[in-house]
Ligand binder design. Sequence first.
Ligand code: 1OR
Length: 292
Amino acid sequence: SVSAESLNPTSSGSDSWSPPFHPKSDDQVSRLKKAVSGNFLFSHLDDEHLKTVLDALVEKPIPAKDIKVITQGDAGDYFYIVEEGAFGVFIHPSGAAQSGLDGLGNQVGSIGPGGSFGELALMYNAPRAATILSLDAKSTLWALDRITFRRILMDSAFQRRRMYEAFLEEVPLLASLKPYERSKIADALDTIKYAAGSIIINEGDPGDAFYLLESGEAEATKAGMSVKSYSRGDYFGELALLDDKPRAASVIAKTDVKVARLGRDGFKRLLGPVEQIMRRTEYDVDPSKTSP
Ligand code: 1OR
């Protein structure tokens, strides 16, 4: 159910707006905080904005399997965060799901605890791009109204997506991903700058992040010897995360560099589809070990 006000894009610009306030029990607050802690759209909010959003969210229990939370083709009213349970993403090629559970289209993905959905229609004033269906007998969602989403969450999310979209498109590793999958990566990236000569990764350290090189030149060294060089669009730091091993090499900024950093959780969650590509890369620089 979409109210007339929430369909009017200019109503989100009115100055008399004050965010909805839904009081919560201590238990709700702690469950909600846990649910959003793994969500990248929230990790860039300052404390005040985070509080506004937490106050505005409404708990939405989903009591059964096969409940349609979002129907492809509808107008957007809410953005959802998953606390508990799994949800299937279905896309019908005609652009609109049929009524009932027939004609849902193909399942293109699923979303679990800590994940979120329903942002696209709110960001772009577009029809719902997919149908979202509950897959478990019992699940819990938190819903954020369209206006609070647009006023508080969207600015940072939108800017981040736009800023990284063009760059991620030219990263060869990510070429096989769908644009929507690259957008989710964009949400999770942080830009970090390093001055020429500084150490980005230290050989032997535990690995906590993966890096894409946005600008400048970097090189990997092992025991002080250069083993690989990197330029825009290249990636490094994947091995320690893939295999839970210490850093196999150091990576040093040769010039001033800008890197996009993806933390371990984001790496595991978002780069699964390209894991095989990363594993194919040959690292063995020891000439006594010849590969078959
Ligand atoms: P929405 O507001 O359009 C449906 O409502 C939601 O499904 C959508 O926002 C996204 O949050 C979510 N393509 C489009 N929407 C997706 C996709 C998706 N996955 C989740 N949603 N694709 C799946 C990528 C793994 C691309 C398929 C071609």
